[in-house]
Design a protein around this ligand. Structure first.
Ligand code: VGL
Ligand code: ZN
Length: 202
């Protein structure tokens, strides 16, 4: 499943966590972050029926923040604190066509990598039924980070029954090695494609 026919109104673009803190200069800056913004802006010119953007939106003292600077699995430097500069979209991101902004990771005691539900599988965000109600059949995912929130969101989109694709060149990854993420996406039935596969099809 690596060919994607031309984009139409039954397709949604899901832009994951393109926020200042995940860009160079931010608290959890990913080197490739700045490079993907023009790519995502170009994608937004395609005739998607819906464009949804997520924001990581944590309270101060969130469970995902490292205590005393101690690294641990799924612990990160303080980032994307609600309503701060770090949680905002970068000015360079086109926003005129974003129809839904979905904030996640707001509860103090549980993290939420996926746009669809929290990491414990609970607290459904309502995104899947909303997309279905909008007539969406396919979901194209891009953003940051390929190996965390993009991966979790794409796997959940596929599990919810959408034909799901990840736009690899429109994603920035925390780990330089993308193979684990690609394998997990592939095993989830997700097509890994490039922006040019869509742009040329339209
Ligand atoms: C993310 C780590 C912590 C992401 C969010 O957007 O992939 N990663 N919070
Ligand atoms: Zn986070």
């Amino acid at each position: 499943m690596s060919t994607a026919p031309a984009i139409d109104g039954r397709d949604a673009l899901l832009i994951v966590d393109v926020q200042n803190d995940f860009l160079p200069g931010g608290a959890l800056g990913v080197a490739q972050g700045a490079r993907i913004i023009p790519v995502i802006n170009r994608l937004q010119d395609l005739p998607f029926g819906r464009i949804v953007a997520t924001q990581d939106w944590h309270p101060r003292g969130h469970v995902s923040f490292m205590a005393d600077g101690m690294p641990a699995p799924d612990r990160w430097p303080e980032h994307c604190v609600a309503a701060t500069w770090g949680a905002a979209f970068p000015d360079a991101l086109a926003q005129a066509r974003i129809g839904l902004v979905l904030r996640k990771g707001m509860l103090p005691g549980i993290d939420s990598y996926s746009a669809f539900h929290d990491n414990d599988g609970g607290h459904d965000s309502g995104l899947a039924p909303w997309l279905s109600a909008c007539g969406i059949r396919r979901v194209f995912v891009c953003g940051i980070a390929l190996d965390y929130c993009v991966r979790a969101s794409a796997l959940d989109a596929a599990a919810a029954g959408f034909d799901t694709f990840v736009l690899d060149d429109a994603c920035a990854a925390i780990n330089d090695d993308r193979r684990d993420a690609h394998r997990a996406l592939h095993d989830g039935g997700i097509g890994i494609i490039a922006t040019r596969d869509l742009v040329e099809g339209n």
